[in-house]
Design a protein around this ligand. Structure first.
Ligand code: NAD
Length: 260
């Protein structure tokens, strides 16, 4: 029997808004494996929900941090150092693009909306990795969440597709620089999941149903399946994998079309 024991490991999970968040699906797997987990949340509004989710989980702590604020990141990683002394796993489950940039035509994207989407959804992986680097131990691993709109046009994803392409490229550059210290960096490309972030995408419900029909497995992947892949990639199970984009979408991305 293979079991994953992470009771000597520490993790920071960034981007849990509620029970549907992919960050929470990942955190649940880490907690079930015995890992000690710190959580950061974007703003005070989100604190009660996170406290509710973590009730009964003793090996956890939480702290507010806007990922676009250097001051917040400095304070967060100072706390990681105090709590854990070092860090094994880092989960970046953060994304945002202004609604106007997804409602309209891509060609109309404003510089402000472009910068916001790129800064929150892609650059934060770089700044977070930089803050984490002095704490990350050999054997450590970073995972972030991407979507296939980085590779092919998905209607309405617009600048978010561009930001995900930047996130995937940033993953490769980070992996190439951090590998010498024994740290791996990977992306999980998840199929559509019903989360708060997904709700802001125009026509998401329709796309969710179509993706399920198009997928070889005839359904969408689940957030639990995202969590299990993250556990694999973060832990020693994924020790030979870095700079990679690994799909968990019930195979949807391999299809161009499906005949009824
Ligand atoms: P979610 O809304 O539950 O999580 C998004 C998180 O990003 C929230 O916790 C939010 O507070 C956080 N965030 C946004 N701006 C931030 C900032 N400035 N500082 C700190 N945190 C900030 O939705 P989710 O679907 O779980 O999204 C998590 C990740 O998964 C995102 O990168 C998203 O693009 C990606 N993803 C989602 C899907 C899907 O269909 N839901 C598919 C593929 C990839």
């Amino acid at each position: 029997m293979i079991s994953i024991d992470l009771s000597s490991k520490t993790a920071l999970v960034m981007g849990v808004a509620n029970a549907r968040s992919l960050g929470w699906a990942i955190a649940q797997q880490l907690l079930a494996a015995g890992c000690r987990v710190g959580f950061s949340y974007q703003g005070e509004r989100l604190k009660p929900e996170l406290e509710k989710l973590l009730a009964g989980h003793d090996n956890t702590w939480i702290m507010q941090a806007d990922a676009t604020s250097e001051d917040d990141l400095s304070a967060l990683f100072a706390r990681v150092g105090e709590e854990f002394g070092g860090l094994d796993y880092l989960v970046h489950s953060i994304g945002f693009a202004p609604k106007a940039a997804m409602d309209g035509r891509f060609i109309e994207t404003t510089p402000a909306d472009w910068n916001t989407a790129m800064s929150v959804s892609a650059y934060t992986l770089v700044s977070i990795a930089r803050h984490a680097e002095p704490l990350l131990r050999a054997g450590g691993s970073i995972v972030s969440l991407t979507y296939h709109a980085s590779q092919q046009v998905v209607p309405k994803y617009n600048v978010m597709g561009v930001a995900k392409a930047a996130l995937e490229a940033a993953t490769r550059y980070l992996a190439s620089e951090m590998g010498a210290a024994g740290v791996r960096v990977n992306c999980i490309s998840a199929g559509p999941m019903r989360t708060i972030a997904a709700r802001s995408i125009p026509g998401f419900g329709d796309m969710y149903d179509k993706a399920a029909k198009a997928a070889p497995l005839g359904r969408n992947a689940t957030s639990e399946e995202v969590g299990k892949l993250a556990l694999f990639l973060l832990s020693d199970m994924g020790s030979g994998i870095t700079g990679e984009v690994v799909y968990v979408d019930a195979g949807a991305h391999i299809m161009t079309m499906k005949l009824d």
